[in-house]
Design a protein around this ligand. Sequence first.
Ligand code: G3H
Ligand code: 13P
Ligand code: ZN
Length: 327
Amino acid sequence: MAIVTSKEMFQKAYDGGYAIGAFNVNNMEIIQGICDAAIEQRAPLILQVSKGARKYANHIYLMKLIEAAVEDAEQNAGFDLPICVHLDHGDSFELCKSCIDGGFTSVMIDASSKPFEENIALTRQVVTYAHDHGVVVEAELGTLAGVEDEVKVSAEDSSYTRPEEVEEFVTRTGCDSLAIAIGTSHGAYKFTPEQCTRNEQGILVPPPLRFDVLEEVSRRLPGFPIVLHGSSSVPQEFVAKINRFGGKMPDAVGIPEEQLRKAASLSVCKINIDSDLRLAMTANIREYLAEHPADFDPRAYLKPGRQAIKDMVAHKMIDVLGCSGKA
Ligand code: G3H
Ligand code: 13P
Ligand code: ZN
């Protein structure tokens, strides 16, 4: 019952000037950390699964773990946690179909690297099958730099969304939400130091998002939910902790949180976060292992990793997305 599509979530988010967090999940501890935060915050939630996550954990394990989170919320917190289960960066009709047939309530078909007409044709094919099965579809126009599943897109090959294409694209495909490129990027190295300036503390400051592109897209698609990928902020305290405890992540940089807050107050209804989960978990596991060199019980070090995810997700819901208390 509480596994839902994103339709109502997006409508409320659009009208309320906030966004839903779409967090990538790969194992039990990640799912528990995110869901515990969502339950405490009474926040609507999107859990998204990439092709790589399905390969790592197996579709059925992830689906059952998510169902367990819903049941746990009902039984132990007395709360009907609304979760949308979404395929992240689906790259073929067959993959989208398999996720729809396997119980997902939302899929992304990412044909953004294909020519416009091919993107429309593939997206339309997925939309037809998805809508026949009560599932919603996210599509993408424009290309982000960085790593999208196993595909690497260089900064030179990335391009901002062209607002003049969005009405035709949405009308002809029938998609339910649209991911656009306004300067976000996948991974923990979103910009090179050369693309950034530095503040007084020597911390890298990335170029600002293209709010002019977002505003023009929204003007052309009134009331339509927009999605931002590549929206981790790469918190510097996690990067510093990773580096302090044996890691090596020089010049990792993300999207400043205030810019994401602004996007959430406009037409952006879904904000994708994966790298920040990885950083939070890895930083705390590294710290634990460095400080407890004799421990070898995985539960001992996975526990602080899970807690770090919960704290980070709660912070995003309250201070960045604005979705706390909206479920
Ligand atoms: O956008 C990509 C997501 O961060 C998923 O990454 O393909 O390594 O699971 P992944
Ligand atoms: P980040 O790498 O910025 O977390 O982006 C994740 C994402 O867009 C998943 O689709
Ligand atoms: Zn993405």
